[in-house]
Design a protein around this ligand. Structure first.
Ligand code: FAD
Length: 309
């Protein structure tokens, strides 16, 4: 059995594995795709102390750093079930391939994925004008025209944030009204360079073959089709935590995020969690790394308190 088994190989999982291994305890990491969301990212300009890097480069560095240590790396392994510790004090992680891993503590770091619009052009222009993270990519659109798709809290926050950087923001909401908190809506409406469209269904992302140059939406009331000229589209229609497989085994928030305290402790003894899969506010690489380190240190603390004398 492992002392610490990390499930998920993004920034949070890599940090957890390194922190655990540095304690000289038996550490394993199982990941469906080592690198996580970082693999889908291009320019990264907020990885503090590294002014510029790219996703695939950072993902490779994460894996290389983990492999500096005696960590059992199990890549391309998807966890399908967690069985809480019984009498033997071991938590079991069952894998989709039928295998099962046992560990005295587990760190869950399965991350999240952005909900996509599912319209023509979205895949083709991802990272070429279609973006999902305003904190990450906002400054790349300085002085340009962008749209934000989604009028919930994250969409309206993104529009307010971007309005301070870009020349113009068009906020596009499918429903007949915005769903964001009133205080955010008020702030949004006070901004001179924001246009809000409701009852508008985004139907296509347009581009010149290299980059985005427009967006098509349908007026859901009149049925008319409109085109907006722009350089960027921020999709803000939800961040889905990869926690479906944990439903019913530990506490999840209404959004499906693993509920943790400030030490990364979940509702199950010996089970910790970190990163985008959790209730941590703000989903970012440096935040996930810090959280993964916290969870591993908490797992170590749990081990020294529960080990047989
Ligand atoms: P993830 O990176 O999502 O990793 C999750 C890991 O768990 C993966 O290895 C995955 O394969 C694995 N996994 C999932 N389910 C299972 C399962 N059932 N069993 C086993 N393994 C599983 N942040 C920044 O700070 N700066 C940026 O510039 C930036 N740009 C971004 C651009 C894009 C396009 C995207 C999508 C995100 C960007 N982010 C950026 C956000 C950042 O990537 C995330 O906050 C960060 O990767 C979260 O780390 P994580 O380890 O919690 O999860």
């Amino acid at each position: 059995a492992f002392d610490v088994l990390v499930v998920g190989g993004g920034p949070a999982g890599a940090a957890a594995a390194i922190y655990a291994a540095r304690k000289g305890i038996r550490t394993g990491i199982a990941a469906e795709r080592f690198g996580g969301q970082v693999l889908d990212t291009m320019a990264i300009e907020n990885f503090i102390s590294v002014p510029y890097t790219e996703g695939p480069k950072l993902a490779a560095a994460l894996e290389q750093h983990v492999k500096e240590y005696d960590v059992d790396v199990m890549n391309l392994q998807r966890a399908s079930r967690l069985v809480p510790a019984g009498e033997d004090g071991l938590v079991e992680i069952q894998l989709e391939n039928g295998a099962s891993l046992k560990s005295r503590t587990v760190v869950l770091s399965t991350g999240a994925r952005w909900r996509q619009m599912g319209v023509p052009g979205e895949d083709q222009y991802r990272n070429k004008g279609v973006a999902y993270c305003p904190h990450c990519d906002g400054p790349l659109y300085k002085g340009k025209r962008v749209a934000v798709v989604g009028g919930g809290n994250s969409g309206v926050e993104a529009a307010i944030d971007l309005a301070g950087i870009v020349s113009h923001v068009t906020l596009i909401e499918f429903d007949s009204q915005l769903r964001a908190d009133e205080v955010l809506q008020r702030k949004l409406r006070s901004l001179p360079n924001v246009t809000v469209l409701v009852s508008a269904q985004t139907t296509e992302v347009l581009g010149d073959g290299q980059r985005v140059n427009g967006l098509v939406y349908k007026d859901r009331l009149g049925g008319d089709i409109h085109r907006v000229e722009l350089e960027g589209i921020f999709v803000q229609i939800g961040l889905l935590p990869n926690t479906e497989w944990l439903k019913g085994t530990l506490d999840l928030s209404p959004r499906g995020e693993i509920v943790i305290d400030e030490r990364g402790q979940t509702s199950l003894p010996g089970v910790f969690a970190a990163g985008d899969a959790t209730t941590v506010p703000y989903k970012q690489i440096v935040i996930a790394m810090g959280a993964g380190s916290t969870a591993a240190l908490s797992a170590f603390d749990h081990l020294i308190r529960t080990s047989a004398p």
